[in-house]
Design a protein around this ligand. Sequence first.
Ligand code: AQP
Length: 331
Amino acid sequence: MQRIFSGIQPTGIPQLGNYLGAIRNWVALQADHECIFCLVDLHAITVWQDPEALRQQTLAQTAVLLAAGIDPKAHILFNQSAVTAHARLGWIFNCVSRLGWLNRMTQFKDKAGKDRENHSAGLYVYPNLMAADILAYKATRVPVGDDQRQHLELANDIAQKFNHDYGVEFFPAIEALIPPAAARIMSLRDGTKKMSKSDPSAQSRIEMTDDADTIALKIRRAKTDPEPLPTETAGLQDRPEARNLVDIYAALAGITAAEVLARHGGEGFGPFKTALTEVLVQAVVPIAEETRRLLDAPDHLRAVLRDGAGRAAEIAEPIVSEAERLVGFLK
Ligand code: AQP
């Protein structure tokens, strides 16, 4: 059985993009993989986090993941900082990875923008730690959204360079599992920006704890253009907001964008938004309600994470100890 590793940053409440691009696939992959799911709090602090908020968000994300169907007994769910192997291997990879490789990472450019000099060194070396997260378990498959494709290519470069530098076939190749539909959900306020849990505007995203009224309001206010929906997908070109709403509908209803347009093409956005709200409410509200129930029992959530960290460390410790021995650390 292949081993999966995947992570999510506890930087806020998971949003619809996290759900459609990652969490929903995690749930499905549990059927035929050995899965390790991680709340990557070391990654979260690459951008300032209020300490108390970070703790709360870690618990809230745990609740959302359990509510969405992650099974913490059959698989592993934990927070990254609780397993020291990540930071140890991350440091080794900082020394294997090349500045030229990191300079090409578009996510750093997007997140740092023009104010690059004022961002943390952690944000810059984030992809090295991500490689360590996966390879500390010698995981071979990583389900991610399309935005992470470049980071996984870098993780493979790091694994290959490590193997080459130390003359061993130690780390395996990693395969990205990118969902064909909903690989990239965009902001409801700007169809050219990805939906993000840390976007300053809560109106830009559907959160997985939103109730039906909030979802309806956010969709009603979602940016659109004045034209009706086209009848064919070619008509979505240069209409990023319309394309995004059609993609969201398609991903939730399990149909293609062309099928959505066969049903709704020619309609104005009013009726289409009503139909979209319906499918969203069906998908999100049961998860939101179960999340609220689980958040009433924070001790249970903490126990789930503690148990997961213990089992994760049992897998990672021998792998990372061996990597340390290979680089020459005295044991
Ligand atoms: N908009 C998106 N569409 C599809 N997939 C997405 N993912 C994130 N946003 C979208 C996928 O969710 C997983 C977890 O993401 P993350 O929390 O580790 O980091 P992120 O990609 O930076 O997510 P956010 O919401 O944008 O967080 P912030 O605001 O903190 O930066 C990943 O598999 C990602 O592909």
